[in-house]
Design a protein around this ligand. Structure first.
Ligand SMILES: [Zn+2]
Length: 397
């Protein structure tokens, strides 16, 4: 037997939840009664990129279609076709460049309401549910509010933040949070899947603190490595109040630059694709109303791109703060002689020197200052203010 959930590295709780639900779903199919809540019609898979959101959704879809009592054998026709994206009752929504529009969503909801041809479940997998337009989200919400008896919606989003998924959809779904996988598992993936050398993979996985995509970037991308080195140079630069403010400005500017680089390409290709799609309209009857619709679509795209840019900046700054926290954590575990490996092997000399100089208490205060800064930004404190306060605490200890 093949384990459908094998690719979900380090996600024991999520896998357990999904297995139990799939078993209950199989009992529903068999005509047995199950306790309320044992099976749910709408799910949201959240987690950072690389944590396996769509892998989890696809494995769960296969388990729902599994012909051997929903165990997800990985071998029957139901499992095979669901995994291979060819199952008649499993539909995948993957926006290519553009958002998921209302027309597409309405058609999907309509088809999903029909009885499953295989007699089990109609499954709709929405891989980037954070890219639903507002109207598409409303169309989906109606279906989730009154789900057909054998229809299951599986949504994947980075988080349940209102920027990613509407509060009303969220309130109707069961959330499966996925964590970042452990470093050794990430290294193994980099070697096996991406052909990265084992020593580079091990370094990058540790430095990325379990984030698969970031580990791959660190292994392959010189600029990503340079940005990380600049962040890790911060502790050495904090020698005066002025230096603290300089370091804060530099950190925020670097996060903005990284975010801009990340979104500029997809922004322009999305806009070009939309304009091309709209330009295909004629000048005959209905062209004027089509143009009014086009203006709305462009505005919608711009709004989403702006919100994605903000999120991207927040993510980049947060990654920098996580790197920085890793350094102070290294100082603390060195100081306490804790038997765990350091995160940043390449700044081990600096963290050892700092461990000689600082007390454990002052190191802990520095670490707490970084966590407080992350919390403050999460709660919408202006990043500049939060980061400046943090730098002063890091300097004074
Ligand atoms: Zn099966």
């Amino acid at each position: 037997m093949v384990d459908l959930f094998a690719d979900l590295v380090g996600q024991h709780e999520a896998v357990e939840t999904l297995r139990r639900a799939a078993a209950s779903a199989a009992r529903v199919v068999a005509g047995e009664s199950v306790p309320a809540g044992a099976m749910t019609h709408a799910w949201i898979f959240t987690g950072p990129p690389g944590s396996g959101r769509s892998v989890a959704a696809r494995a769960f879809a296969a388990a729902l279609e599994c012909e051997r009592d929903g165990i997800g054998c990985g071998e029957c026709h139901g499992c095979h076709t669901a995994l291979g994206r060819t199952h008649a009752d499993v539909r995948f929504v993957v926006p290519e460049g553009l958002s998921i529009g209302v027309g597409e969503m309405r058609a999907l909801v309509l088809r999903a309401a029909s009885a499953p041809s295989g007699g089990r479940w109609q499954v709709v997998v929405i891989e980037d549910a954070d890219r639903l337009t507002e109207q598409a989200g409303n169309a989906l919400l109606k279906a989730i509010e009154e789900p057909p008896p054998r229809t299951v919606f599986l949504l994947c989003t980075p988080s349940t933040h209102p920027d990613d998924i509407s509060v009303t959809i969220r309130s109707r779904c069961r959330v499966v949070p996925l964590r970042q996988p452990p470093a050794d598992a990430v290294a193994e993936v980099l070697v096996r899947r991406d052909g990265i050398k084992p020593d580079v993979a091990a370094w990058a996985a540790a430095a990325a603190q379990g984030h698969v995509g970031r580990a791959k970037r660190l292994a392959n991308d010189d600029e990503a490595r340079a940005r990380r080195e600049a962040v890790l140079a911060v502790p050495r630069r904090l020698s005066s109040v002025g230096a603290c403010f300089d370091a804060a400005s530099a950190l925020i500017a670097a996060a903005e630059a990284e975010a801009a680089a990340a979104v500029v390409e997809s922004d322009s290709s999305e806009r070009a694709a939309l304009e091309q799609a709209l330009g295909a309209g004629g000048t005959g009857r209905g062209a004027a109303s089509a143009m009014r619709g086009a203006a709305g679509q462009l505005k919608d795209l711009e709004r989403r791109q702006k919100s994605r840019a903000t999120r991207s900046q927040r993510d980049a700054l947060d990654r920098a703060l996580v790197d920085l926290a890793g350094f102070y954590r290294d100082v603390l575990i060195t100081k306490l002689q804790a038997p765990v490996p350091v995160v940043h092997t390449d700044t081990a000399q600096q963290s050892e020197a700092a461990a000689d100089k600082w007390t454990a208490e002052s190191t802990l205060r520095r670490l707490e200052a970084i966590l407080a800064c992350r919390d403050a930004i999460e709660q919408n404190v202006k990043p500049k203010i939060a980061v400046e306060a943090m730098m002063l605490s890091l300097w004074r200890g």
